[in-house]
Design a protein around this ligand. Sequence first.
Ligand SMILES: Cc1ncc(COP(=O)(O)O)c(C=O)c1O
Length: 325
Amino acid sequence: MDIPQVELGFLPTPLHYLPRLTRALGGPEIWIKRDDQTGLATGGNKTRKLRLLVAEALAQGADTLVTGGAIQSNHARQTAAAAAQFGLECHLILRGEAPTTPNGNLLLDYLLGAHIHWVDSKEAMHATLPTVAEALREVGKQPYVIPYGGSNGLGAAAYALAVAELLRQMPAPDFFDAVVFPSSSGGTQAGLVAGAHIFGLKGEILGISVDEPASHLAERVARLAQDAAAVLDVDMSVDPSQIRVDDTFRGGGYAVVSDLEREAIRTLARLEGILLDPVYTGRAFGGLIRLVRRRRWQAGQRILFWHTGGIPALFAFAQELMSGE
Ligand SMILES: Cc1ncc(COP(=O)(O)O)c(C=O)c1O
């Protein structure tokens, strides 16, 4: 299990109970794992993945990190911060148009010194990653391309290791009945699934899909879980039918903020003083609140919400979030 990692961010992240939220919802105990506190330029789930990915980049002699994402990508911002910390150049291929005044994650990308390349679609972003890398090679750079969301076997393996960290914080491996979190490129969920298998975490691993249909996401998660286990030298076979994804909270699509996210963000902020983001954790926590209200779990059970970060995006969604105030 000795995978090379760089020192990035601060681990372990806290695990704690949410007493006021639990009382307000009147169902199972709700706990939270604070990966919004990983400490890398405001934190988030990509910090763990980058510890492994940057180690591989450095081992390969890379001097430049290249990755892509949405205009408000948390992954892009944490990659830019990781690059800065290790003296690497950073190129980000972002979907959208350069705004006159950058805000949220994009503002931080600029402050962290990243070079931004604009594209108009997800497909163009995927196609541009190798093109930018090739252009960098032609001018003598050694680029290391990090896939979308940092989600390959190596990136996902970071979340298998996170399960070992969680288990060290838990009184017993069956303490939680379910672990709930946002799932998008699938690396976080894949790592949690692989880690639960390898280290013996009990309970349901339930990904709330942010944008993908459940069948599509479950297939990707199953494949990535196997890849993550292989990185850790464990032979594991996972069928997509074993992967739990709830895709019913996708609303109007990726980054379309609705009452679900607004209510979730205000509820956790006002009851516990904890911020969620508008795109990922707001949606997943909104889903969790609805599932508790529908009595999916009972009083006496314990549910863990794994906070995956994303806070800077709040500032880019001020208008949507102030609606109804
Ligand atoms: C804040 C936040 N939560 C969750 C996710 C989803 O994680 P994954 O891509 O590993 O499924 C992301 C990915 O971009 C994210 O930025």
